[in-house]
Design a protein around this ligand. Structure first.
Ligand SMILES: Nc1ncnc2c1ncn2[C@@H]1O[C@H](COP(=O)(O)OP(=O)(O)O)[C@@H](O)[C@H]1O
Ligand SMILES: [Mg+2]
Length: 255
């Protein structure tokens, strides 16, 4: 993913390219802020650029040390749950626009507004705990398990390349089973969950969405598609299946 987004942080203000869905996202963010959630405050939208307030904490490439411990993993799950709960009382504008299609309902997981990109780099961390969630461009109505699976891809992690694991700060093989449990306990997940199946499904959806956005001419997706990344990302699903045994074959039963 070598195409940087034109996101600029100037002082305490983030300048981002505005998209057709930015008005909808600002409405959602205002609702979440009113509910006390640590998300960016929308400041302006002038057509080409949106500005939002910086959420304090370490983010982007500085996120990795904070998510090494089980407490950090659980804190991300807890924050994601709080966000999902607060979205239930939001009434989207009649002309709401989303970056990607709404996801269909699935049994055992209620529809909320999912963040859509809940990876460690999009949380703001402090002292090994997730204290904020930003980069809401991929939000969409979807079953809560969609965000849970996406976050688990990153926080388990379903990654076994030694160089990539070292880049994320793992000195040893991650305790993948313990990390899945910590995230789901932090979230308060109550239903049975086929973790591996859900993660693989979400990985395929991520690829489909990048192709969808790329074909519509949005960046950085168009460049990712031109560079052939979606085909390479298919190997991530093979990795997830390979690691199934390390998470107890991925079946988390009801508690
Ligand atoms: N609201 C925010 N609060 C804190 N940091 C932010 C915020 N928005 C952006 N950043 C910083 O800018 C980087 C890029 O912004 P982001 O919105 O995640 O765009 P993208 O991931 O598409 O490049 C983030 O990794 C983070 O370091
Ligand atoms: Mg981001």
């Amino acid at each position: 993913m070598s195409v940087p987004r034109e996101v600029q942080v100037v002082g305490g203000v983030v300048h981002r390219p505005a998209k057709p869905w930015t008005t909808t996202i600002h409405s959602l963010l205002r609702h979440l802020l009113a509910a006390g959630l640590p998300v960016p405050e929308p400041l302006s939208l002038d057509g080409a650029v949106e500005t939002v307030r910086l959420v304090p904490g370490d983010a982007g490439q500085d996120c990795w040390p904070h998510q090494l411990g089980l407490d950090g993993v659980a804190s991300a799950g807890h924050l994601l749950r709080r966000v999902h709960e607060a979205t239930r009382t939001w009434v989207p504008p009649a002309d709401a626009v989303w970056a990607v299609p709404e996801e269909p309902a699935v049994s055992g997981s209620e529809r909320v507004i999912c963040h859509g990109d809940a990876q460690p780099a999009n949380f703001a961390w402090s002292g090994g705990m997730a204290g904020g969630l930003f980069d809401w461009d991929s939000a969409r109505p979807a079953p809560a398990c969609s965000d849970v699976a996406y976050a688990l891809e990153w926080l388990t992690p379903f990654e076994d390349d030694p160089q990539e694991l070292a880049r994320r700060g793992f000195a040893d093989v991650p305790d993948r089973r313990g990390r899945v449990r910590a995230f789901l306990d932090g979230y308060g997940w109550q239903e049975p969950l086929d973790v591996v199946g859900a993660v693989v499904h979400r990985q395929q959806l991520t690829i489909d969405e990048v192709v969808h956005l790329g074909r519509a001419g949005h960046e950085p997706h168009a460049s990712w598609v031109a560079q052939g990344w979606p085909a390479r990302w298919r190997s991530k699903m093979v990795t997830t299946r390979r690691l199934a045994r390390q998470v107890g074959d991925g079946q988390v039963s009801e508690r």
